[in-house]
Design a protein around this ligand. Structure first.
Ligand code: CP
Length: 310
């Protein structure tokens, strides 16, 4: 397996590395080594809000015996508020002697820019509408744990597919490494999946289809990957945002919808959820989103081990 020198985008991984991450995550679920990160320091720098990604990375580091420094809301609480560039901020943090930087940035390409100015590994914790590769790793880990294999499955990615970075990273992983049977992109017409992803699936001969409703496919799919309308990406287009919210109403996953699904199918969501999955679905055994979020802790522990201790 090639050494992992940071996590910037899904396309950087080969299958051997992905499998090693999953094996390591399984080990972390059972017995996380308590001193593995002793004397290691992780800096978390979040220019956009986060609950799961930041806290699971920070808890992962703490559970493995390391330390965490950082700032949430970096656009307000770091010197970015005074006009400092991302590049200068990263250069300074890296030279203070941290071992790894976890960065969520508000523009696509932020992690790639940061890695160029950092002597230490950078992990992309989401870069605007670009990618969220560690989320996709935990998504794949969740699917593989449930089904035993991802190959041959039918998936539906649902919601704001234009602005959702999780579905983009997930698609880049799936297209290259997993011979799935079919992908459905289910979205309002204003938030369709971008062409780079469709071209990528074409390149790897994965069948895809676009729909604006779930009903025709609901009984036939294995995985529904629901996403939220990314309100923060519509600040300059409130009218389109309203249109998307209205068009998304028929994509809400409620009890009636889940009852039409196969018994072994699963409902996933990167979270946070707003209204796109009804709360009364949470009790159904097919609701996988909370386990999915928990798997993020194990995947992030695994990444810390493979990046800093191998
Ligand atoms: N899934 C995810 O990235 O959640 P947070 O925004 O809470 O980190």
């Amino acid at each position: 397996m090639k050494k992992i020198n940071g996590v910037i985008k899904a396309q950087q991984f080969d299958k051997e590395t992905i499998d090693k991450i999953f094996t390591t995550a399984s080990e972390m679920e059972v017995s996380p080594p308590k001193d593995l990160m002793k004397h290691k320091i992780m800096a978390t720098l979040f220019y956009e809000p986060s609950t799961r990604t930041r806290l699971s990375f920070e808890i992962a580091m703490n559970k493995l015996g390391g330390s965490v420094v950082g700032t949430e809301n970096a656009r307000e609480f770091s010197s970015a508020a005074k006009g400092e560039s991302l590049e200068d901020t990263i250069r300074i943090i890296a030279q203070y002697g941290v071992d790894i930087i976890v960065l969520r940035y508000n523009q696509e390409g932020g992690a790639e820019r940061a890695q160029k100015f950092s002597e230490v590994p950078v992990i992309n914790a989401g870069d605007g509408t670009g990618q969220h590769p560690t989320q996709a790793l935990l998504d794949l880990y969740t699917i593989e744990k449930h089904f035993g294999s991802i190959d041959g499955l039918k998936l539906a990615m649902v919601g704001d597919l234009t602005n959702g970075r999780t579905v983009r990273s997930l698609s880049y992983f799936l297209g290259k490494h997993y011979p799935i049977k079919q992908v459905y992109f289910v979205s309002p017409k204003q938030t369709k999946m971008k062409n780079d992803i469709k071209d990528y699936f074409d390149k790897y001969h994965i069948k895809w289809e676009e729909l604006d409703e779930l009903d025709p496919i609901i009984g036939d799919i294995d995985v529904i990957y629901q996403t939220r309308v990314q309100k923060e990406r519509f600040k300059d287009n409130p009218k389109i945002y309203e249109e998307v919210i209205n068009a998304s109403e028929k994509l809400i996953i409620d009890e009636g919808c889940v009852n039409k699904m196969k018994s072994n199918a699963i409902v996933m969501h990167p979270l946070p959820r707003v209204t796109e999955i009804s709360y009364n679905v949470d009790h159904d055994r097919r609701a996988m989103y909370f386990q999915q979020a928990q798997n993020g802790l194990f995947i992030r522990m695994a990444l810390l081990k493979l990046i800093l201790a191998e």
